[in-house]
Design a protein around this ligand. Structure first.
Ligand SMILES: Nc1ncnc2c1ncn2[C@@H]1O[C@H](COP(=O)(O)OP(=O)(O)OP(=O)(O)O)[C@@H](O)[C@H]1O
Ligand SMILES: [Mg+2]
Length: 263
């Protein structure tokens, strides 16, 4: 499959049996207008945030952040400690509220959601991976992955089948019944990635996902993110201090003193 940009849109075409097959679905929904084929462009932006402000007491942490992420992009946010990266990620991930600003995720305006609706939206559409994986110690790897699926109300057996398949894809087929303390750091982080993916989220948000891993495990996790994007067009927003991860991403945004200094 080949990719190119046309009319500001990512397009794809395949060469199959010597024929050039242009994937018209990438242009939008086709319809006939006055005898000609036209396209309604698909909604492409996965996440858009405008004018995000956040203060803790007198400390202005975010001072008007704008960000836009397209479906299938891997975007990293870098910047010095205290720049406001985690605060921004928590706000974009609905774990915290901005003082001001608008956020749209997968076409949903987040300011319109509260309480149970917001929690349900977060569980269904956003997958989180943190530096410390926050796995539940009393549950097995398989159960840890299944829990967000069961909370979402999906059928128990279907969730188990999907969790098993995800853990197999991540190379953990022999560790399904092990509890977190019986797994290595890299294995625990892969379980956390599987858990983030169980509800087929629109976006995976990760805060220092490799901060606690050695360089070999960190590299494996980076490759995993790239594979998931290539296979499933999964969108990622990753806060990191890891230069290699930033280099492997499609786009790197630099934060300084509560604002984006590029992108
Ligand atoms: N709940 C809070 N209450 C008060 N101040 C906070 C709170 N959370 C964060 N801060 C402050 O906001 C600033 C930005 O914090 P944040 O965690 O977003 O930084 P960061 O860019 O993620 O840094 P690091 O790279 O060290 O993780 C810091 O000065 C921090 O002390
Ligand atoms: Mg942080």
């Amino acid at each position: 499959m080949y990719r190119f940009i046309w009319n500001n849109q990512k397009c794809f075409f395949n060469v199959w049996k010597g024929l050039l097959l242009f994937n018209i679905r990438q242009l939008g929904k086709p319809f006939v207008f006055k005898g000609k084929i036209a396209f309604i462009p698909y909604f492409r932006s996965m996440l858009t945030a405008n004018g995000i402000y956040k203060k803790y007491d007198n400390l202005e942490v975010l001072k008007g952040v704008d960000i836009n992420i397209e479906k299938g992009e891997i975007v990293t946010i870098v910047g010095s400690s205290g720049a406001g990266k985690s605060t921004l990620l928590h706000i974009l991930g609905t774990l915290d509220k901005a003082d001001m600003g608008r956020i749209s995720l997968n076409g949903q305006q987040l300011e319109l959601l509260n309480g149970k609706k917001l929690a349900a939206f977060r569980n269904k559409y956003i997958g989180f991976v943190f530096q410390f994986h926050h796995l539940l110690p009393e549950f097995t790897a398989l159960e840890n992955v299944c829990i967000p699926g069961w909370i979402a109300g999906s059928k128990k057996k279907e969730v188990i089948a999907r969790a098993t398949a995800l853990l197999e894809t991540l190379g953990l087929e022999n560790r399904l019944e092990n509890k977190p303390q019986q797994l290595s750091g890299g294995e625990q982080q892969r379980v956390a990635v599987a858990r983030a993916l169980i509800n087929n989220p629109s976006i995976v948000m990760a805060d220092e996902p490799t901060g606690n891993l050695d360089s070999a495990n960190a590299k494996e996790l980076h490759q995993l993110f790239i594979d998931l994007r290539n296979k499933f067009n999964q969108t990622f927003l990753i806060v990191t201090h890891n230069e290699e991860l930033a280099k492997m991403s499609d786009r790197t945004l630099m934060m300084k003193d509560g604002v984006m200094v590029n992108g």
